[in-house]
Design a protein. Sequence first.
Length: 79
Amino acid sequence: MPSAVKTLQKMRNNARDWRIEDLMVIADRVGIVYRQRGTSHVTFRAGNGKRAIVPANRPVKPEYVRDFVALVDSLEASQ
């Protein structure tokens, strides 16, 4: 878990140059469900009902990384 926390902090500090696989690793660690069924987008869905839709392009644009970080923060706030 500490590596996921460090990676998430790095995402907060610099939202550039992240891959969709990095977001998936964080999602697995914090309990966010994601799916990508043959599309170019990945849908991340938290247990509190909120979601973030991220295109699977490389690198992921900073605004989508910030949306994902906000989703993780909302999940932590609701617990």
